[in-house]
Design a protein around this ligand. Structure first.
Ligand SMILES: CC(C)(COP(=O)(O)OP(=O)(O)OC[C@H]1O[C@@H](n2cnc3c(N)ncnc32)[C@H](O)[C@@H]1OP(=O)(O)O)[C@@H](O)C(=O)NCCC(=O)NCCS
Length: 228
């Protein structure tokens, strides 16, 4: 997977007046379906949403070696279908699907982007980043983890426990994005210990701060490339 997967971490954009800067960049560079979704959000999630979408468009354009304005938003939601701005991310280029798998995740102000250029037919990608602090609540293990996963965290406490939970949760969300279902599938049903299609992304590879947990899931590779 390492040879095919391209990841990029984008740091928080929190300069003075950041929301206004993002909104005017978005008006210039994003598509109407994206703007319509953004304008329906409260200011804080809107800024995070716009930062992610702007970064993703730049990232995709760079990989495809085209101007960002050549890309048209083409998301695909397994429930609602194509043509909207939610679900599995993607773009079209000159009316045809751009030859790029994409996945995006946001946490603690960071945006994690992942891509595979010229994917094999049927190949799928998912990526996720998690802040361990978000797992610090009673009942997390019962709702989110299967029995073997709970056992793997036995004996851990405090920060180590939260880090262990975040690592498993990132793997699950990466896999659920790959599948396209998201959390409509109960997360405790997705077993991510030793899952051959999922791997953790260390900070040295992702560019994220070391305390954030990140994972990538990639499927549909030819046999010789399927070791993750
Ligand atoms: C996918 C999901 C696990 C994302 O987790 P999250 O912690 O909320 O958010 P993250 O920041 O990690 O990821 C958000 C990104 O996931 C991606 N994503 C969303 N739904 C996706 C899906 N079905 N398949 C693949 N990727 C998806 C998008 O790129 C999204 O970015 P956007 O906000 O710019 O659109 C969660 O939002 C979910 O379960 N969504 C599906 C819910 C659903 O089915 N709703 C029905 C829609 S009608």
């Amino acid at each position: 997977m390492a040879s095919q997967l391209i990841v990029r971490a984008v740091p928080p954009f929190d300069a003075p007046g950041a929301a206004g800067v993002l909104e005017s960049a978005a008006r210039e560079r994003l598509d109407d379906v994206e703007l319509a979704r953004a304008w329906g959000m409260e200011p804080v999630p809107r800024a995070a949403f716009l930062a992610g979408r702007l970064a993703q468009r730049r990232f995709a354009a760079e990989l495809l070696e085209v101007p960002p304005s050549d890309l048209a938003t083409a998301y695909d939601c397994p429930r609602c279908g194509p043509g909207l701005s939610h679900g599995r991310p993607g773009y079209t280029l000159a009316g045809a699907p751009a030859p790029l798998l994409l996945s995006l995740s946001r946490s603690a102000g960071w945006v994690l982007l992942a891509a595979v250029r010229d994917p094999a037919p049927g190949q799928r990608l998912g990526v996720d980043v998690q802040d361990p602090a978000g797992t610090d609540f009673d009942g997390f293990d019962e709702v989110a983890l299967g029995p073997a996963e709970r056992r793997s965290l036995r004996g851990l406490a405090a920060r180590e426990l939260m880090t262990g939970r975040a690592r498993l949760w990132a793997r699950k969300e990466a896999w659920l994005k790959l599948c396209g279902t998201g959390l409509r599938v109960s997360p405790d049903m997705v077993q991510v210990l030793d899952h051959p299609g999922i791997r953790d992304l260390p900070s040295a590879e992702s560019g994220l701060p070391a305390h954030l947990a990140a994972a990538a899931a990639l499927s549909g590779l030819p046999e010789r490339d399927s070791r993750l």
